[in-house]
Design a protein around this ligand. Structure first.
Ligand code: HEM
Ligand SMILES: [Ca+2]
Length: 318
């Protein structure tokens, strides 16, 4: 395809850094043991990276000079987390194999390891991505779906990345782990369509329960599990919630209420963990292969938070 293709392969570091997968896994395991939510946070970072200019670790860059960080965007501000863990992985990998493994590949591996560590499927991660020398704040604001987007808008944003409705439903299954802030779903509780009424598709007793900790105003940052029955276990519980009209985000519930095809997939995944896991792994490989920088494009960053300094002679000669 145009956006993903045969440039990445799992053995990319076989000779140059044979221990990379082991190093990433051990740091992720340590971080998740310390804080279970970290698995969710790392998995989400891969999504937010790949949807903006492809999987190029643009999402990991801090603001510096003219570069404006994607960390300031609406989907990421006060929300994206896990950057310290990636710093720790990167420095461990740099020690073993200096200037060899990209931050984009480290993030793709960390997302896979986070899935496995919480009980989800395993897959071989195609490798060979390189890191961008820029970020896109506008891309981060526009290309990552928002929780109050309509089903059609969300699907359109997935299709723009070369992803389809199966990818959308399977990957939304990531919300089987992790948390959301009150501000991300408040609208559903009080004023879904601008007429002062709640979202009628939200289970009423669940809504009442959410309102106690997510009031009309205040408490924006208060955290709620995306999948309350099993917030740290990668399982089918998320899809069972949707079938029971207990999806937390509007973008979750619309997968069951707004489209016949996605509704069918939600019901299938709710009852068939094996199928969900199989599709999830497939879709993660697809998402993690969006527009990679390969060959001599981009660079291997030394620190994931900033682009490498260019040596002076390059500036003069070019
Ligand atoms: C389909 C469109 C999607 C929308 C609208 C969406 C939206 C959101 C929102 C609003 C949150 C809570 C953020 C906060 O309040 O701080 C969240 C959390 C999360 N999202 Fe999504 N998401 C989508 C798809 C995905 C995909 C494709 C993945 C991964 C493949 C993913 C993984 C996660 C995870 C794991 C969390 C929890 C993060 C944590 O606890 O730190 N999401 N998402
Ligand atoms: Ca990116």
């Amino acid at each position: 395809g145009k956006k993903y293709g045969g440039y990445l392969y799992p053995q990319f570091y076989q000779h140059s850094c044979p221990k990379v997968e082991e190093i990433v896994r051990s740091v992720v395991a340590k971080a998740v043991a310390k804080e279970a939510r970290m698995a969710a946070s790392l998995l989400r970072l891969e999504f937010h990276d790949c949807f903006v200019k492809g999987c190029d670790a643009s999402s990991l860059l801090d603001s510096s000079g003219v570069l404006v960080s994607e960390k300031r965007s609406n989907p990421n501000r006060n929300s994206a987390r896990g950057f310290e863990v990636l710093d720790e992985i990167k420095s461990a990998v740099e020690k073993a194999c200096p200037h060899t493994v990209s931050c984009a590949d480290i993030l793709a591996l960390a997302a896979r390891d986070s899935t496995v560590l919480t009980g989800g499927p395993n897959w071989e991660v195609p490798l060979g991505r390189r890191d961008s020398r820029s970020a896109s704040l506008s891309g981060s604001n526009n290309d990552i779906p928002a929780p109050n987007n309509t089903f059609q808008t969300i699907l359109t944003k997935f299709k723009r990345q070369g992803l389809d409705i199966v990818d959308l439903v399977a990957l939304s299954g990531s919300h089987t782990i992790g948390s959301s802030r009150c501000t991300s779903f408040r609208q559903r509780l009080y004023n879904q369509s601008g007429n002062g009424l709640p979202d009628m598709t939200l289970d009423q007793s669940y809504a009442a329960q959410l309102k106690t900790r997510c009031p009309r105003s205040g408490g924006d940052q208060t955290l709620f599990f995306l999948d309350p029955p099993s917030p740290t276990k990668f399982d089918t519980s998320y899809f069972k919630n949707l079938v029971a009209y207990k999806g937390l985000l509007n973008s979750d519930e619309v997968l069951f209420t707004m489209n016949a095809e996605s509704r069918k997939l939600v019901k299938l995944y709710a009852e068939n963990q094996e199928l969900f896991f199989q599709h999830f792994a497939q879709s993660m490989i697809k998402m993690s292969s969006i527009s990679p920088l390969t060959g001599s494009r981009g660079e291997i960053r030394r620190i994931c938070r900033r682009v490498n300094n260019k040596p002076l002679f390059k500036c003069i000669s070019s």
